[in-house]
Design a protein around this ligand. Sequence first.
Ligand SMILES: Nc1ncnc2c1ncn2[C@@H]1O[C@H](COP(=O)(O)OP(=O)(O)O)[C@@H](O)[C@H]1O
Ligand SMILES: [Mg+2]
Length: 502
Amino acid sequence: MNEGMVGSVKMYKGRITGKNVMEIEFRTFYTEDLFLGDILVAQDDERNLRFLLRVVDIKFGVNQSFELHDKERRLYKIGQCAPLGYIKNGNFRKPKTIPSHFSCISSPTLADFEFLKSYTGDIAIGNLRSGEDVLDFSVGVHGDLFPYHIGIFATTGMGKSNLMKILAGVVMSSGKYGILIFDPHGEYYDGGGKKNSKGLKDIPLSESRLRIYSSRKLSGPHNTLKLSAQEITLADLRQIYSFSEAQHEAAAAAEYKYGKNWLLELGDKEPEEIKNELGGNFYEATLNVLKRRAETILRFSSIHTDPSVSITRSVVNDLWNGKSVLIDTSNMYEQEELLISAVITRSIFKTNKETYQDPAKFNKIPSILIVIEEAQRVLGKNPVGELSVFAQIAREGRKFKTGLCAITQQPKLIDEELLSQFNTLFILGLADEKDRSILRGSAKQDISQLGNEIQTLMAGEALITSPETPFAIPAKIHLFEEWLKKQNVNKKSKTAIDEDFY
Ligand SMILES: Nc1ncnc2c1ncn2[C@@H]1O[C@H](COP(=O)(O)OP(=O)(O)O)[C@@H](O)[C@H]1O
Ligand SMILES: [Mg+2]
């Protein structure tokens, strides 16, 4: 940590030399270390205002008659800054004015960030960051904002999964919200076998607050992942198959005719019999395709014919009780994994939607966050026909306390209209310019000047944008394994809500 940053010493950095409301330049010494993303203060003594600035570019300058022997006197640096705003009488305002010429630039003190406290939420996932310095100032999101959806975007290796583990861990410790994680990579249970890597099962409260479902064998207690064929609707199948118009019509007719048993009947009966029972002019070839699909699904190890085995009801119950649910689908092929995610997600959304009709009951349900990895698969562009349940939640979830947490390394593949429904974005290092430019369009703050910084973020360094905060908050996310060590130390000190509350 930069020693000058914290405490009362305000390190002198230079003076403002020019520019306009959106871009401010200051001149600093050749020897001064400047980093993209550094947050600095310009003290305007004439008007008694303190401006917060963010370094967005750094250039070299040279005085005339440069000679190598006195380069330290002849060379200087120019920090180009985006003004974040200014503090007047303790209140933060957007930058509608500029600091006076030659205002003094210095490092901020913790007191300069006091106004941010009211924005940083109850789910603390990291610390405020200024360039490469980590400040002793906690930042995060508010759980009440879960239904307004969260996006976690980064190139592989930049810290998406770690952030997810922290988020789950803090939510679990708070006990105030329900979080459901679909894990297709098998990394959340125990860290996925990476050396020194830990998982959700290692969180002190996991015994009472975490429910685990998996269809593979895990080292500790868990439940078997089981759904019933009767729960699967045509809409769910559209997550994994594309249907021609004729196939869709026939499937819809079968669903209408056989009700919940439609997949079982399709699997059991011969196309000719189905054709007769449906009564339409469906080709046997079409029905044969449907039959083969039904058979494929009925062969999935997680799909059962007995409706009483299904886990969906208990998943909803757990979430309503402020518990965390982990669904490990890592031993499945993508089709089965996507189908299961769709069925469970739809079931939660449907239950919440129904409960909305009963305000007294609805008021007691906590906000729920459904985490989906590789989210571009279910929130992608040009979905044919009906909306996926995930797209539906992105659009309507807020009203029904159901939020999505979409994790992807390719935000550019997400439908832009859906992306614009995501209020809180965690932007970690993103190498691809197209991905960055999509986010510039949908972030709730202007991040157009932050391209350089996003490109140079290290693993675990993030920008958090949301409509609640006055600017994109630079953060360093806690490393899960280090956060865990601290939790174990404070283990005995707290518990949150009464388990019988709901
Ligand atoms: N907040 C962090 N602080 C320090 N190191 C981190 C942080 N987040 C991630 N890392 C490092 O980066 C590696 C990859 O992180 P991971 O979360 O698996 O990335 P992703 O899911 O985006 O591929 C981790 O194993 C860890 O070493
Ligand atoms: Mg990952």
